[in-house]
Design a protein around this ligand. Structure first.
Ligand code: DX5
Ligand code: ZN
Length: 222
């Protein structure tokens, strides 16, 4: 599968005193999804947001809400995030001993099922569940904070996942998250990514959110 390409601004770098306005600005500028980084301070450093913030995003936009769960035992929280309005729920393979069941549960809750892996985790761990996944997210930084440097060593995993999906589940999307900007996006796209999570290069873009999204779009072919 190739294109169309999706931009998913991550509100981890948004100004939370103006969250609704900032999401509206991203939507007006052509954002495809809004990415919500949920971090519990145990699985990954940083302590961020819960279902209450997802519900606030749901009131601010009609765009899909792409919720990335960097938490231990994410199965405890799936229902609350689904009720809050999540569209996609993405869990880390490192946190899910019963990954197949967890993805089944996400779908039963009416959400798209996503699975993700840290930079040091091999794609082979995802292979058995790919028929059940709507999305595979490749982390291109160590999870925790926005503004980190892109890790190019993960690009072969993007290509491998795209090829694996093409065999068993061609409609599924490969997404990449961490250090994406106008410099790093083309290589990730070339490797096979279709959805791009971007926090700092959108919300901290010097000329503003809309200009940041336009610059990313301009870095894509076609
Ligand atoms: C990292 C999060 C990312 C992060 C991306 O733990 O999963 O979504 O916010 O931030 P940037 O785009 O600034 O690298
Ligand atoms: Zn994320």
């Amino acid at each position: 599968m190739s294109g169309p390409y999706l931009i998913a601004p991550s509100i981890l770098s948004a100004d939370f005193t103006r969250l609704g306005e900032q999401i509206a600005e991203a939507e007006a500028a052509g954002a495809d999804w809004i990415h919500v980084d949920v971090i519990d301070g145990h699985f990954a450093p940083n302590l961020t947001m819960g279902p209450f913030i997802v519900a606030a995003c749901r009131r601010a936009t009609t765009l899909p809400l792409d919720v990335h769960l960097m938490v231990e035992s994410p199965e405890r929280l799936l229902e609350a995030f689904a009720e809050a309005g999540a569209t996609h729920l993405t869990v880390h393979v490192e946190t899910c001993p019963h990954l197949y069941r967890t993805l089944q549960t996400i779908r039963q809750l009416g959400c798209k099922a996503g699975v993700t892996l840290n930079p040091g985790t091999p794609v082979s761990l995802l292979e058995p569940v790919l028929p059940l996944a709507d999305l595979a997210l490749v982390m291109s930084v160590n999870p925790g904070f926005s503004g980190q440097q892109f890790i190019p060593d993960v690009l072969p995993k993007v290509t491998a996942l795209r090829q694996m999906f093409d065999r068993v589940n061609p409609k599924a999307i490969v997404e990449i998250d961490g250090g994406i900007n106008t410099e790093t996006l083309p290589g990730a796209l070339e490797a096979g990514a279709q959805a791009f999570v971007v926090a700092s290069a959108v919300f901290n873009y010097p000329q503003g959110i809309a200009a940041g999204i336009r610059a990313l779009r301009a870095a894509m072919p076609g």
